[in-house]
Design a protein around this ligand. Structure first.
Ligand SMILES: [Zn+2]
Length: 106
């Protein structure tokens, strides 16, 4: 088993099942970063960009979750204490009004 990475190949060691020392990534290197070669998917810049994108996606999902939670809470607050009959008469306008009142503290 060759534990040294071939300097002409992608400078990434891959660990598979029962492969405790790993092996060099067999993909063709396409970029040089800090004097070392990397294939497209192991390019540190590409990985960094992917992580940034992932974080942006998570942030967006967090924001959406937060918005949904706010919506659910507002709806709950707006219809609090209502009976089913009363609830059946609640219109979006009434909910808007209740939210407005909750926001202005009226
Ligand atoms: Zn690679």
């Amino acid at each position: 088993m060759n534990r040294e990475l071939n300097p002409q190949g992608c400078q990434t060691r891959i660990y598979g099942n029962r492969d405790c020392f790993g092996h060099q990534c067999p993909k063709k290197p396409t970029v040089t970063r800090d004097g070392e070669l990397y294939c497209k998917i192991h390019d540190p810049e590409y990985i960094k960009q992917k992580k940034t994108e992932q974080r942006a996606k998570w942030d967006k999902e967090d924001e959406e979750r937060h918005q949904l939670n706010t919506l659910v809470m507002a709806r709950k607050k707006a219809t609090q204490g209502l009976t089913l009959t009363e609830l059946s008469k609640v219109t979006p306008d009434l909910i808007r009004q209740a939210i407005k009142e909750a926001e202005t503290g009226a």
